[in-house]
Design a binder for this molecule. Structure first.
Ligand SMILES: NC(=O)c1ccc[n+]([C@@H]2O[C@H](COP(=O)([O-])OP(=O)(O)OC[C@H]3O[C@@H](n4cnc5c(N)ncnc54)[C@H](O)[C@@H]3O)[C@@H](O)[C@H]2O)c1
Length: 267
């Protein structure tokens, strides 16, 4: 039987073929899931999500993930579409205005910081709060958000995203407790290797992050396709007791201090 046979879910954040959410939607569909895709009205215009919706036989419901009104509408329509509750949610959303506008961390604009925090972190809480209020998730459901190791260690240029990622990991742990108690739903973050996507390449020195992580990791960087495979296992019933975790999916990068190749560079 397929891993997600008959499961239903919402996938946020597929912009184009490079998006991690795009790959997850494709794999979820292959594994027998029914999905609803969501992104901002602007992303629907600039990306090509309609191609994905055709490929995965899914509907698109636009929502700005910072707007409670939009999220409520999304859940109402999704539950109407599926005639009931869902089994999984992917939060694959991130954006820093300070990074976009090239403001250094020591000279941050606080209005942009607040907006970016709302988009990149608080939206995860908002989505779970609406799902909670509407009792929208089936027993043993699975909720996942994406994060990056910049939440724990300095990656020069990752700027305020580092703080937003620390916050979203904390939301997963805290809300995960309540969801577990309520109806055995699990909540985790997946800490992914640097990956060439629209959000990724906007970060200063991104190519250097990518090459350095690839060289340091014993297994090399995890691609977006690898990430989608991992996320499918986390949506499946094979991982029912994994919750409140920040799960590294990075080829071993997070556990490696120095390796032969780096040593040789300094000889
Ligand atoms: N690319 C990497 O190197 C990398 C590494 C680790 C984690 N991540 C995380 O993966 C997630 C997905 O990013 P990606 O790399 O696939 O890039 P991406 O640019 O394809 O996806 C980011 C998505 O966020 C959406 N978004 C922005 N503002 C929004 C809002 N207000 N409401 C709803 N959606 C909004 C965008 O439209 C876009 O679809 C992000 O959380 C990112 O931080 C990325």
């Amino acid at each position: 039987m397929k891993l997600l046979h008959n499961k239903k879910g919402i996938i946020f954040g597929a912009l184009n073929e490079d998006s991690i959410a795009w790959k997850v939607a494709e794999r979820a569909y292959e594994e027998g899931a029914y999905i609803v895709l969501s992104n901002t009205p602007m992303a629907l215009k600039i990306g090509n999500i309609y191609k994905l919706s055709k490929k995965t036989n899914s509907i698109i419901i636009p929502a700005d993930a910072t707007s409670l009104k939009d999220i409520k509408n999304l859940f109402n329509k999704t539950m109407e579409h599926f005639n009931g509750k869902i089994d999984f949610i992917l939060h694959s959303i991130g954006m820093s205005i300070n990074i976009r506008k090239k403001r250094e961390y020591t000279n941050i604009d606080y209005n942009w910081l607040q907006k970016s925090w709302d988009i990149s972190a608080v939206s995860f809480h908002k989505i779970m709060k609406i799902a909670w209020d509407k009792d929208a998730i089936n027993e043993w459901g699975s909720i996942i958000a994406l994060t990056f190791i910049g939440s724990k260690r300095i990656f020069h240029g990752y700027n305020d995203m580092a703080d937003h990622k620390a916050y979203i990991e904390s939301i997963a742990r805290n809300f995960g407790y309540y969801w577990g108690k309520k109806c055995n739903v699990r909540v985790n973050t997946v800490s992914q290797s640097p990956t060439k996507t629209t959000a990724g390449i906007g970060i200063k020195n991104f190519d250097i992050f990518l090459h350095y992580a690839n060289e340091l990791s014993p297994l090399g960087n995890a691609s977006a396709d690898d990430c989608s495979n991992y996320i499918i296992t986390l949506f499946s019933d094979l991982t029912k007791k994994v919750t409140m975790q920040n799960l590294y999916h990075d080829g071993g990068f997070s556990k490696t201090g120095i390796n032969e190749s780096i040593i040789n560079r300094f000889f």
